[in-house]
Design a protein around this ligand. Structure first.
Ligand SMILES: C[S@@+](CC[C@H](N)C(=O)[O-])C[C@H]1O[C@@H](n2cnc3c(N)ncnc32)[C@H](O)[C@@H]1O
Length: 184
């Protein structure tokens, strides 16, 4: 089951990569990665691996339903920002942030993750296809301050060497995951 899901995700990656060779148009929310949420147990492990501390600024690039942003603000007391293109996922995230009373420390920018300013970030979390990681690499190399950390879920940054990698054999639902920690 897991292998079939992983294969589907990778096949999507390849077909989406070829789409990116077409002339530039408006960004689409599935070009860099389709919506595929990280299980909550893995979200926690990503933030732990990233060493997120209270008051630090974190960004989730392609924040989906906002689950990473919410946990970063609620459990880790960080200042958390998601970036998401999909209208209904942004709406869902903002409603949850409001219901949980987290509006002073969590928010979601409705926009293209390739067009944002990450220069204040202490930690970034990323769950994008390889093509997404490749496109965001030069932006992060230019913008990130020294010592900023990046935690990538399942797909590595080809241009960088991780300082730590972690395998999760079973997330409780029979799926395995790989996490990669990078430091600028
Ligand atoms: C694999 S999901 C990860 C969601 C969330 N980070 C998580 O781990 O649960 C990738 C997300 O990136 C969003 N996305 C894809 N391309 C984007 C872009 N150019 N700008 C902003 N969001 C984008 C998708 O809509 C999707 O919600």
């Amino acid at each position: 089951m897991f292998h079939a899901m992983r294969t589907t995700f990778v096949l999507l990656a390849l077909s989406i990569s070829s789409l990116l060779l077409l002339p530039a148009q408006q960004p689409k929310d599935d070009q860099l990665a389709p919506y595929y949420p990280t299980p909550q147990t893995v979200v926690d492990k990503m933030l732990q691996l990233g060493g997120l501390k209270a008051g630090e600024k974190m960004f989730d690039l392609g924040s989906g339903d906002g689950r990473i942003v919410v946990m970063a603000a609620q459990k880790y007391k960080a200042d958390a920002t998601g970036v998401e293109l999909n209208d209904s996922l942004v709406r869902q995230s903002m409603e949850r942030i409001k219901t949980l009373g987290l509006t002073s420390s969590a928010r979601v920018i409705h926009g293209d993750l390739l067009q944002q300013d990450y220069s204040s970030a202490d930690l970034l979390t990323v769950y994008l296809l390889p093509v997404g990681n490749e496109l965001v690499t030069p932006i992060l190399e230019k913008q990130l301050k020294k010592g900023a950390r990046i935690v990538a879920h399942d797909f590595e940054f080809a241009a960088w060497k991780p300082v730590q990698s972690v395998s999760i054999d079973d997330d409780g639902e029979g799926r395995s995951h790989h996490l990669y920690l990078y430091r600028r």
